[in-house]
Design a protein around this ligand. Structure first.
Ligand code: DGL
Length: 262
């Protein structure tokens, strides 16, 4: 009996679950290992050198331990920095998560797009290059949030997070230049879709929110090829680099397609 493919999904914390959920939906046949590098969270507060020095060897250790068929870096703050180093160091195929600037600018009617990401992501040369190459004449506003990823983690863990705290991070995305208003916001951090209902409610006016997760799931599925007859029956694994036990099983199950993460 052939074994199912193993997909390792990596993020600084729980944000990568928003990518995992789409991938599991597209490929229920695969086995999943989700790794939250919570010992180093939030990545958005670390320097580029610190992130490279942390992520490249850590992902190498995870590959050695879990022998994945494919690795998804479900973190914009890391992917905008380390994908070329990872691909140079390890032979397993990688899929990264980077700000979805191209589809956002292609679909904006007002030609005003905002990119909401961590402070690290909005500072990256990689992000600036995406804007140069794909803004298609749109005015792109970069909004670096210091707190939203932590607020999303807190909300998913069942803590109460105030509207004011979320709105303070969100409102700079909404730009009105004499009638030409932002109509599209790129969710350039995988944590933010965890708060989508709150973001929608708190938005000063309605916008399209662009989440790259469905496109990532399609890419993963293409790379894996046609599903074989093997089915994963082993559940899923969830690893925190802090070694803390997760106490969120019930809340996390939907992200794992109903599997109970061990
Ligand atoms: N989820 C991560 C991202 O997509 C970052 C959160 C953080 O660690 O700052 O950028």
């Amino acid at each position: 009996m052939p074994t199912p493919s193993t997909i390792l999904v990596f993020d600084s914390g729980l944000g990568g679950l928003t990518v995992l959920r789409e991938i599991v939906g597209a490929r229920p046949d695969a086995h999943y290992v989700y790794v939250a590098d919570d010992a180093f969270f939030p990545y958005g507060h670390h320097s580029e050198d610190e992130i490279i020095a942390r992520v490249v060897p850590l992902v190498g250790d995870l590959i050695a331990r879990h022998a994945p068929d494919l690795v998804v870096i479900a973190c914009n703050t890391a992917s905008t920095l380390v994908m070329s180093q990872l691909r140079a160091a390890y032979t397993v195929p990688f899929v990264g998560t980077v700000p979805a600037i191209k589809p956002a600018c292609a679909s904006s009617k007002s030609r005003r797009v905002s990119v909401l990401g961590t402070r690290g992501t909005v500072k990256r040369e990689y992000t600036k290059r995406l804007i140069e190459d794909f803004s298609q004449g749109c005015e792109v506003t970069l909004v670096g949030s210091g707190e939203l990823a932590s607020l999303a983690e807190s909300a998913l863990s069942g803590n109460s997070v105030s509207d004011d705290a979320i709105a303070a991070e969100l409102v700079p995305c909404f730009v009105d230049h004499g009638g030409a208003r932002t109509d599209t916001v790129v969710l350039a951090c995988t944590h933010y879709p965890l708060l989508l209902d709150r973001l929608t409610k708190l938005a000063p006016w309605p916008v399209d929110w662009i989440d790259p997760a469905p496109a990532i799931a399609r890419r993963v599925s293409d790379l894996l090829g046609v599903p074989g007859s093997a089915r994963d029956t082993a559940g899923a694994e969830m690893i925190f680099t802090s070694n803390r036990a997760h106490t969120l099983s019930q809340a996390l199950m939907p992200f794992f397609g109903g599997r109970v993460p061990a």
